[in-house]
Design a binder for this molecule. Structure first.
Ligand code: ATP
Ligand code: MG
Length: 636
């Protein structure tokens, strides 16, 4: 485990951590008081395990905090600089954004949408997506965003679960040069859902669509509305949104978030993690269809009056340099992306980023999966030119905001490639064994959160029982995220992969991230995924899939070399019994490797829910690799 990367931004506030440790509740109250409240809370935390309610009695509004508060100080500040895949550009100041949000909020009201009603949003990455979330929040409607890559069936399931009465969509969205016909997909999805009363349709790509009685064109609806709409004074515990998880481990779960606690968590972490300044140009590459977009494109940044880049399309289209072009064109100072995107950029080589001016960057973030140390170092060296701290943020849809992350806005500490460092102030974590007892430093165990935190989910939508079973049944009084980890002697957390995917080989437990990072540290490897299947003697046998870097030819010699590389880096027990070269790995649409699929195919089992799979061709790829292997074995 490397250390020695102490890259500071000049902040040294030791007080925040001391305050957080002395009295956690008081600490979060101080943070909450930085938001705007119509009425102050009477109880900071009502904790009826496992249900936490923050700032009870307080009245606030998410859209008021994200817009009105900023408009009062700096109405002309740029909020969104939008670029489409086809090169079109649009900009919104905070003042303009507030007008548009108010218009749509009035439009929703005119359709009979009331506080507590659900509104499904199925839009591409256009400014109207942010406007839609904030318009719902303004009137207390619960938004439920569905990533615009999903099929009719996935939408149908989610809309049926949330019982949304209105859907906001567009004629189409752009991706990789083609148009995804979103309105047609919605028509298909809701044909049997009679409770859906209206569909608001934004004209974006101008492809032909069918307009039914339920449909209202965005322009027609909002055009006649007033640009002023008072923000509803909502209880702090009022649900802000439902968001379905990525579905990496199975069927997605409808996570329900509240208002006051969630906003407090984001206001705080966005400042601590990104050290946000008025002059920053922030670029988060996530889609708002995922929690990263909700928390760190919409609510966190806007509450700080941040100027940000919003991009619709693929980051490597029409050329693999698209992302570097955007960064240099807009002089982006903070980049927040995923390990999966970084591995793709790495695969294209160093020359591309090296031929762009990236000197505006001062801070680089990552989220979504464990970042392989090799990828971390590449990000640090090639993109950040050894000047920008790498901020690895660990969190989940359920946690609302980051729980483990460096906080350069507060302190300068050594970074270690591959570790998300320490819990953020006010968050309490442990690494425990099967019985819930803390394991020794440097030993592997399950990550748990030992105290409620403000961004914590309220429950799973309509299913308190499932909420209790999924997160609160493995351990009593501790939140179980389902991730496997190590805490080292300095208190740094190293994420080792999903707890369900842990491999047990000859009495040793191995996290998938340990093995996959070992593969990625080989110069020929771009990406890898591993899984275990039952083995009579060893307990489990390791199966590995490897994607090679551009231009590298798969050979038997290379296979042997890779297996030897694992033997050397981890140890002989970690040597895989099978190694398959594949062109792509099965991933969720949010870019996470779906290891359960590999396992199911290896074991010849049903592959389960794959509605969140990015590319069905990857399943065939894996199946073909196994079929080939079977044939080879039959020959002997
Ligand atoms: P589902 O719960 O439906 O299977 P999911 O867990 O992929 O889907 P998300 O909430 O989007 O849905 O992802 C959270 C998970 O992503 C975490 O539990 C963790 O496994 C992984 N993750 C996120 N950030 C990091 C990180 N910085 N380091 C390691 N793992 C991370
Ligand atoms: Mg999860």
């Amino acid at each position: 485990m490397d250390s020695g990367y102490t890259i500071g931004l000049g902040n040294n506030d030791s007080r925040t951590r001391i305050d957080a440790n002395e009295d956690g509740i008081k600490f979060w109250e101080t943070q909450a008081s930085k938001l705007y409240w119509f009425e102050k809370w009477h109880t900071a935390l009502e904790w009826n395990p496992p249900f936490a309610r923050w700032f009870v009695g307080g009245k606030t509004n998410a859209s008021y905090n994200a817009l009105d508060v900023i408009v009062k100080k700096n109405p002309k500040k740029k909020a969104i600089i939008w670029e489409g895949e086809d090169g079109s550009k649009r900009e919104f100041t905070y003042e303009e954004l507030l007008s548009e949000v108010s218009r749509l909020a009035n439009g929703l009201k005119s359709l009979g949408v009331k506080k507590g009603d659900r509104v499904t949003i199925y839009l591409p990455m256009v400014p109207e997506l942010i406007i839609s979330l904030l318009a719902c929040a303004r009137i207390g409607a619960i938004h439920t965003v569905i990533f615009s890559g999903f099929s009719a069936k996935s939408i149908q399931d989610r809309v049926d679960d949330s019982k949304s009465k209105v859907i906001i969509t567009a004629d189409g969205g752009r991706r990789r040069g083609s148009i995804i016909k979103l309105k047609d997909i919605v028509d298909e999805a809701i044909k049997d859902l009679n409770f859906v009363e209206n569909v608001i349709v934004l004209t974006h790509t101008n492809n032909p669509i069918t307009i039914t009685q339920k449909d209202k064109k965005w322009k027609d609806l909002v055009g006649i509305m007033s640009s002023s709409c008072d923000a509803e004074m909502l209880d702090s515990t009022h649900p802000l949104y439902i968001l379905y998880t990525s579905g990496t481990t199975g069927k997605p779960k409808g996570v329900l978030h509240g208002t006051g606690g969630y906003l407090t968590h984001l206001y705080s972490t966005f400042q601590w993690i990104f050290d946000i300044k008025d002059s920053d140009v922030y670029f988060c590459t996530a889609d708002i269809g995922w929690v990263t977009g909700h928390s760190y494109i919409v609510y966190g940044p806007l509450m700080h009056g941040t100027t940000q880049i919003m991009y619709e399309g693929a980051l490597d289209f029409p050329t693999p340099s698209r992302i570097w072009e955007i960064i240099s064109r807009y002089k982006v100072t903070i980049l927040y992306t995923t390990p999966t995107a970084l591995r793709m950029f790495m695969k294209f080589g160093d020359e591309l980023p090296n031929s762009y001016t990236l000197s505006s960057l001062r801070l680089l973030g990552t989220v979504g999966e464990p970042i392989n140390p090799e990828v971390w170092k590449w990000y640090f060296k090639i993109i950040g030119k050894e000047k920008c701290p790498i901020i690895d943020t660990w969190w989940q849809t359920e946690t609302g905001g980051a729980l483990v992350s460096p906080v350069p806005g507060l302190e300068t500490i050594p970074l270690k490639p591959g570790s998300a460092t320490r819990p953020v102030p006010g968050v309490h974590l442990s690494v425990v064994d099967e019985h819930g007892k803390d394991v020794k430093n440097d030993s592997k165990g399950y990550l748990v959160v030992t105290k409620p935190w403000p961004g914590m989910l309220l429950t799973l939508w309509g299913d308190d029982e499932k909420y209790k079973t999924v997160y609160w049944s493995k351990y009593k009084d501790m939140y179980y995220p389902g991730d496997y980890a190590i805490k080292d002697k300095d208190g740094y957390i190293w994420m080792l992969g999903r707890a369900d995917d842990v491999l047990k080989v000859a009495g040793h437990r191995l996290g998938t991230a340990e093995l996959e990072s070992a593969f990625v540290s080989h110069p020929s490897v771009a990406e890898s995924a591993v899984c275990g299947i039952h083995h009579e003697v060893k307990g489990e046998s390791i199966i590995s899939f490897v994607v090679l870097k551009e231009g590298i030819i798969p050979t038997v010699l290379l296979k042997e070399d890779l297996i030897n590389h694992i033997r050397k880096t981890i140890g002989p027990i970690a040597a895989p019994d099978q190694l398959h070269f594949v062109k792509k790995l099965p991933k969720t649409r949010s870019g996470k490797i779906m290891r359960r699929l590999l396992k199911a195919i290896a074991k010849n089992e049903q592959i389960g829910d794959i509605s969140t799979l990015e590319d069905e061709a990857s399943v065939d790829e894996v199946k073909a690799a196994f079929a080939e292997l079977k044939q080879t074995l039959q020959k002997f």
